[in-house]
Design a protein around this ligand. Structure first.
Ligand code: DX5
Ligand code: ZN
Length: 220
């Protein structure tokens, strides 16, 4: 298996020391930095908006992987692109025009990601695959860090890997939620090649050891 990309989620970082936390993850070997945007409406929690993304942008050169858990999504896509997001993930749920959202992200010159919640079937992605660069499989219900990895999503990762490969294009499959040294190899064996990790990086003392541990987890 190829080594996965590791994207620490700043949701589990110390928000009062965000600049230092971003630099620490970068120096510890993070491939991407995952930024969870929550509005208290699409998910039962709130985090931050484009202002935080712009502030973080000044402290790292690695790709900013912005996960939008907001409703509506479209009116904010441009602001996140301008703030310095490299990848923008929109959820397939609750957005009747997700095709347009993906087109908008692409038109802004950013990588388009689609996130899919645990209860949502893979069919929902069937007719937008040509617009997708990254698929983010939620292995917890979105809203909070530190939840347990949902094993029920493993067949879904496998199915989406097949769908992605069938396009003949290089589509990344990321997993988001409950990733640790035990679940990382499970997700990777099913076809994931990008791992989001909040608690498993920012909840640890040694970020470099945590990132290396996920990348080289036994069985992977
Ligand atoms: C949950 C977020 C995740 C979260 C993962 O809504 O999308 O990115 O930070 O946290 P852990 O890795 O602790 O499950
Ligand atoms: Zn996320």
């Amino acid at each position: 298996l190829t080594r996965p990309l590791i994207a620490p989620s700043i949701l589990s970082a110390d928000f009062a020391r965000m600049g230092e936390e971003v630099i620490a993850a970068t120096e510890a070997g993070a491939d991407w930095l995952h930024l969870d945007v929550m509005d208290g409406h699409f998910v039962p929690n709130m985090t931050f908006g484009p202002g935080m993304v712009a502030a973080i942008r000044k402290h790292t050169a690695i790709p900013l992987d912005v996960h939008l858990m907001i409703d509506p999504t479209d009116p904010f896509i441009e602001a996140f692109a301008k703030a310095g997001a490299d990848h923008i993930h929109v959820h397939v749920e609750g957005n009747p025009h997700v095709h347009r959202s993906l087109q908008t992200i692409r038109a802004l010159g950013k990588k388009a990601g689609i996130a899919i919640c645990p209860a949502t079937p893979t069919d929902m992605l069937q007719y937008v695959m040509d617009l997708v660069d990254i698929i983010l499989v939620m292995t917890v219900n979105p809203g909070f860090g530190g939840q347990k990895f949902l094993e029920s999503q493993v067949p879904k990762i496998r199915m989406l890997r097949e769908m992605a490969d069938m396009t003949g294009r290089d589509i990344r499959i990321g997993v988001d939620g409950g990733i640790d040294a035990h679940t990382a190899p499970v997700a990777m064996a099913a076809g994931a090649d990008m791992l989001v990790a909040g608690t498993a990086v920012y909840g640890q003392k040694d970020y470099a050891a945590a990132i290396a541990g996920l990348r080289h987890a036994p069985g992977s």
